[in-house]
Write a protein that binds this ligand. Structure first.
Ligand code: DUC
Ligand code: ZN
Ligand code: ZN
Ligand code: ZN
Length: 499
């Protein structure tokens, strides 16, 4: 047969407009888009369904050995070891269940070590999954050896983004170290992604809250108000402008921070902004929940950083998506179970808020929530949904045009959605390794019913069928979006990029 598989009769959202057509697949890639394709070895009927590019989640923490990471902890208390409970197999299952087929996840760097030892370990972990994957390299200890020897080596191995934190006790960089990472990224043709919150401000607020006896989960939000995020966003952008290095601001939770990004964009800077469903769906008040079984610890289920805000702020984030200031919606999936010893209760269920790991699971929930709240409720067109969740992340991360669009030559990663299917979210539907979802009971309209990864059906009606070890690493080469603008103060280039 001419095609290994034909997806027949769906409403196809290509990333650049919607059309009714058949999709012919050969050797895992899209070989033809036409009104009618015959001569197929197999057919997937898509009548009445939407056919979307498989989701790309360009920000998720999977099986990440984070030594003390994601716990605020005061400067005086040694942070505990925390390990993300999700494995690449459970994460792949969860992602497929929710319509996502590729991820960009994080290789850790532990302070006092180089980056290559962790990378070797992480490559082995990732290769066990079913998702296609690429890596951001976290930099926590930017020594000369790391920046001058190891970064060029990981770039040669296909990693094109460096991730830095401006907060968290064991992770945050000083301005000086952040500048050094920006310079290194510029010299090596990488994107820099930034967690923007002010470390010293959070530490100061946290210590004051604890002294006042305000220790419950809800005070997590009080420890990091929006001004803390706005200041760090402003600083991250200003220093990136100084160096002339493109950056993406991760997980924007408030309009103040988004306005910093908008202003930079209006001035022509290469600055992008991402947000996540939690900033559209959760608020600080969720951390004030208490249940008979869990008491105030129940609030820890909603604890992530930046903190969820208010309904008014949620509306402002929708507006910033509509304007295009925020052009990617990722999950920041970073699941910690409520039970057990490795998760939210790593430091006990009575731990003060600063000793509870930050992060919530969202790999499977991301697309159904954004589809329902966005497309079904009329806030987003289908095209906008596809761009926010697949096309834009693929382009910004250098994965386009292989990923993120439905076009001839692209990988046949497809999600078939029933736009009318109504589902009440439960933790079982998430199919992850975490023991809860923060969205339990939420009603959504629209659901992915079939998912193909490189032309193979990997999910049908919630049943994931893919062999562990079939996910592929997506190496990234040089790409234009992260090329510096060449605009420099006084015309003096203190960090020339490669010719
Ligand atoms: N924020 C979280 O909530 N979890 C993981 C890392 C982060 O920055
Ligand atoms: Zn972050
Ligand atoms: Zn400012
Ligand atoms: Zn994150």
């Amino acid at each position: 047969a001419e095609y290994d598989l034909v997806v027949r009769g769906g409403e196809v959202a290509t990333g650049f407009g919607t059309t009714r057509c058949d999709i012919g697949i050969r050797e895992g890639r899209i070989a033809a888009l036409a009104e009618r394709l015959t001569d197929a070895a197999a057919v997937v009927e898509a009548g009445g369904l939407l056919v979307l590019p498989g989701g790309i989640d360009s920000h998720c923490h999977i099986e990440e050995p984070a030594r003390g990471g994601y716990v605020s902890a005061r400067g005086d208390a040694p942070p505990p070891v925390t390990v993300n409970e999700e494995s690449f197999v459970s994460a792949s299952t969860s992602a497929f269940a929710g319509g996502t087929t590729s991820v960009v996840c994080f290789v850790p760097q532990w302070k006092g070590e180089g980056i290559l030892p962790r990378l070797a370990d992480y490559e082995q972990r990732a290769a066990r999954g079913m998702l296609d994957y690429s890596f951001h390299q976290i930099i926590t200890d930017p020594t000369d050896a790391v920046l001058e020897r190891e970064v060029p080596e990981i770039v040669a191995r296909g990693i094109r983004s460096l991730k830095v934190f401006l907060t968290y006790e064991p992770l945050h960089l000083s301005d000086e170290d952040y500048l050094r990472v920006l310079v290194t990224a510029r010299r090596n043709g990488c994107l820099v992604t930034v967690h923007c919150e002010n470390y010293a401000a959070i530490k100061w607020r946290t210590e004051a809250l604890l002294r006042a006896g305000l220790t419950g989960p809800k005070y997590h939000a009080w420890s990091r108000p929006t001004v803390v995020e706005r200041e760090a966003t402003h600083r991250a952008i200003a220093l990136a402008e100084l160096v002339d290095q493109p950056i993406q601001v991760f997980h924007v939770s408030c309009a103040e921070a988004a306005e910093e990004i908008a202003r930079a964009q209006h001035r022509g800077l290469k600055v992008w902004g991402e947000t996540c469903p939690q900033y559209l769906m959760l608020t600080g008040a969720d951390m004030d929940r208490s249940t008979p079984e869990q008491g105030a610890f129940a609030g820890a289920a909603f604890m992530c950083s930046p903190s969820p805000r208010t309904p008014a702020e949620q509306a402002r984030i929708w507006e910033m998506i509509r304007r295009g200031t925020l052009d990617i919606v990722s999950s920041d999936h970073c699941g910690f179970s409520m039970g057990g010893e490795r998760g939210k209760a790593a430091n006990g269920r009575d731990a003060s808020f600063d000793a509870i790991p930050n992060g919530i699971p969202g790999l499977a929930a991301r697309l159904p929530i954004l589809f329902s709240e966005g497309v079904s409720k009329g806030r987003l067109s289908l095209d906008e949904f596809v761009r926010l969740t697949a096309t834009n992340p693929a382009r910004l991360m250098g994965l386009a045009p292989r990923k993120g669009v439905i076009a001839v030559g692209a990988d046949a990663d497809l999600a078939l959605w029933d736009p009318a299917k109504r589902v009440r979210l439960t933790n079982a539907l998430m199919q992850h390794a975490i023991d809860y979802t923060p969205y339990e009971g939420l009603e959504v309209t629209g659901w992915p019913v079939t998912v193909l990864r490189r032309g193979a059906v990997v999910m049908r009606d919630g049943v994931v069928q893919a062999e562990p070890g079939t996910g592929r690493f997506l190496p990234r080469g040089p790409y234009a979006m992260v090329r510096p603008r060449g605009v420099l103060a006084d015309g003096f280039d203190a960090a020339p990029p490669p010719a």
